[in-house]
Design a protein around this ligand. Structure first.
Ligand SMILES: Cc1cc2nc3c(=O)[nH]c(=O)nc-3n(C[C@H](O)[C@H](O)[C@H](O)COP(=O)(O)OP(=O)(O)OC[C@H]3O[C@@H](n4cnc5c(N)ncnc54)[C@H](O)[C@@H]3O)c2cc1C
Length: 582
């Protein structure tokens, strides 16, 4: 391809590296006509991409200066000179002080940033997660080596688009084996050949003909390519930095920046978002799941689309717990969301786990219709509601959980915890009142089952405040319990049902509803359990002067304290027990 009649290129890219190729390809696709790559060696990072995209490349040319001449930059090499509107220096320099981050034996079979001369039929391990590592993997595979890439730390969104594309192609076409989450903790030499010992127990220790570390790269300095001060100040000369530096950019970002600064008239085809790019890397997602998840969702029953009863079976360990306690569930940020909301800071969080606490609910009946015996099950039951995004909060876990189904994998925290239990209910004749908002009835289900199984004779009431009748995932089971146990009552309180007077839990106490039911609220023989929305509970807050003040909105605790009840605290037993969900 020759320059335009004015002798001018649109963009000259110095260095056929992964980011250099990315910008060349995306610029041509967005409508730039004349893009030239100047490469000092005899090849570029991914020759097959260069051919497929008909890239114009000058091989064996070393840049000696970049000057601003009138409105153009002039790039001079040892062979030619190019007038151009913009220049991207995509050639990255070696970092002289870089050393592999793990102990390695001395051997001419363990190399840093270069490939062995002979590649055909050699088994080569390449360690690294950057564009540079992908370049080495591609070159080794092209040379006929059997390549394994140990790429712990790899984030596809931080690769250049060309690097990301090649890596997926190499994996898909089985030209390289990718260990996305593996990194050796040492490399030794055994019988003359390098042996990689892996931290991750799932990766066996492996022996290779060669081990190659992909070194970190750094910004090429302006001196090396002879850039003049005027060229640097022109806002037309761009640099790709090292793969980690926050000031640098991979090919996607820098391509957009160049286009915005130098070619605003271009309708830049928007590159896939980081999330979309990562989502296509199914192998990485599978590895993240395998690494973090330790349990399986065995059942997922929607009460309605936004409210679910689910069961989770851990791979190992038992599920013993006290009724009322909670466990933690987790899913990765890499999982899809059911809504369109954007998680704040997702780029950094993407390979991490989101964990939240969930009260352990309970089956009420077994398959034969008897009261369930939780000692017989190897799974835990949870009752969870989808939290919608608001202006102030983008919920992380429940929108991901919404897309899960039986058989899907999940994280279950190794420990159950919580003081919200029946420990203080020692008298089987005592009155036990459970008050919940929404899914706050989960621990109460477990606790009342325990009371009924133990033959509790005192009155038991479970009251639940919800918006609609449809928000009561366990109502039929509670109705069945009421039939069987005359000392048990279930009081659902929908607040947004036409024709149903709005009754909040507080009103049950203020209006003496329990007394009308024949249940005396005597603090000496009554335990009250409150779970869910903190404003229903209304725990007094400690003021700066040490005194306690109840919240402005009157909660249940205040009404109970006025009747002589006391809050159960770690160092001071009481008969008001609570679990706040936020
Ligand atoms: C000890 C404990 C036990 C819990 N048990 C349960 C349970 O059994 N079932 C359950 O659905 N949640 C339970 N939660 C809440 C749960 O931990 C998460 O906060 C909730 O699922 C939201 O997570 P998220 O990542 O989607 O949203 P986040 O970004 O964590 O959003 C938190 C916000 O969501 C709202 N929210 C949180 N929980 C609920 C809820 N249950 N109902 C309505 N709005 C809510 C609040 O506005 C809160 O500020 C419990 C919390 C604690 C501390």
């Amino acid at each position: 391809m020759s320059p335009s009649p004015s002798g001018r290129y649109d963009l000259v890219i110095v260095g056929g590296t992964a980011p250099g190729l990315s910008v060349a390809i995306s610029s041509l696709r967005s409508g730039l006509g004349l893009v030239r790559i100047v490469e000092e060696s005899s090849t570029v990072a991914f020759p097959e991409l260069a051919t497929e995209n008909s890239l114009d490349i000058g091989y064996g040319e070393t840049v000696s200066s970049i000057e601003l001449v009138e409105d153009d930059l002039v790039v001079s090499t040892d062979r030619l000179s190019y007038r151009t509107q913009a220049v991207l220096v995509a050639q990255r320099a070696e970092k002289p002080d870089w050393t592999p981050p793990l102990p390695i034996a001395k051997s001419d079979r363990i190399l840093v940033d270069v490939l062995p001369e002979r590649l055909a039929d050699q088994d080569v391990l390449i360690i690294g997660y950057t564009d540079r590592a992908v370049e080495l993997v591609a070159a080794a595979a092209a040379g006929g080596a059997g390549v394994v890439m140990a790429a712990a730390g790899l984030d596809p969104a931080k690769l250049s688009p060309a690097g990301d594309h090649m890596l997926r192609r190499l994996e898909r076409e089985r030209r390289a084996t990718l260990l996305y989450r593996a990194i050796p903790d040492s490399v030794d030499v055994v019988n003359g050949f390098p042996m990689a010992y892996f931290v991750d127990r799932r990766t066996p220790d492996l022996q290779f003909d060669y081990v190659v570390f992909a070194a970190q790269r750094q910004l090429t300095s302006a001196d090396v390519i002879g850039a003049s001060d005027a060229a640097i100040a022109s806002n037309r000369l761009w640099f790709v930095g090292d793969d980690k530096s926050p000031t640098s950019a991979n090919g996607a970002e820098i391509g957009e920046k160049i286009a915005a600064a130098c070619f605003p008239e271009l309708a830049l085809a928007s590159p896939p978002t980081p999330i979309a790019r990562r989502a296509r890397t199914q192998g990485l997602i599978d590895e993240l799941r395998a690494e973090h998840y330790n349990a399986t969702i065995t059942s997922f029953e929607p009460t309605h689309s936004d409210l679910w009863v689910l069961r989770v079976r851990p791979d190992h360990g038992d599920v013993s717990h006290l009724p009322g306690q909670y466990a933690s569930l987790g899913l990765g940020y890499w999982e899809d969301r059911v809504d369109d909301a954007h998680d704040v800071g997702l780029d950094d969080r993407w390979p991490k786990l989101i964990r939240r606490s969930y009260s352990i609910s309970s089956r009420i009946f077994d398959d034969h219709g008897y009261l369930a015996n939780n000692d017989l099950y190897d799974e835990l039951e949870f009752y969870i509601v989808l939290v919608p995004p608001t202006e102030d909060n983008v919920p992380a876990l429940t929108p991901r959980l919404a897309l899960k189904r039986p058989g899907d994998r999940i994280y279950l925290g190794p420990k159950v915890a919580g003081r919200y239990t029946l420990n203080s209910v020692v008298d089987p004749r005592s009155t036990v009142l459970f008050f919940a908002t929404g899914t706050g009835e989960a621990p109460h289900n477990a606790m009342l089952l325990e009371l009924l199984r133990k033959g509790h004779t005192g009155p038991i009431v479970s009251a639940v405040s919800v918006r609609k009748w449809a928000d009561l995932g366990y109502i039929n089971k509670h109705r069945e319990l009421e039939e069987r146990y005359p000392n048990y009552a279930y009081l659902p309180l929908p607040t947004r049902e036409e024709g149903v007077p709005k009754t909040y839990i507080q009103a049950l106490i203020s209006n003496n509803v329990f007394e009308e039911m024949g249940i005396e609220m005597d603090p000496s023989s009554t335990h009250v359990f409150l779970c869910g929305n903190p404003s229903m509970i209304g725990i007094p807050e400690k003021a700066d002067d040490g005194t306690e003040r109840f919240p402005e909105t009157v909660g249940v605790v205040q009404l109970l304290v006025e009747r002589g009840f006391t809050v159960d605290r770690r160092n001071q037993p009481g008969n008001i027990h609570y679990e706040e969900y936020w």
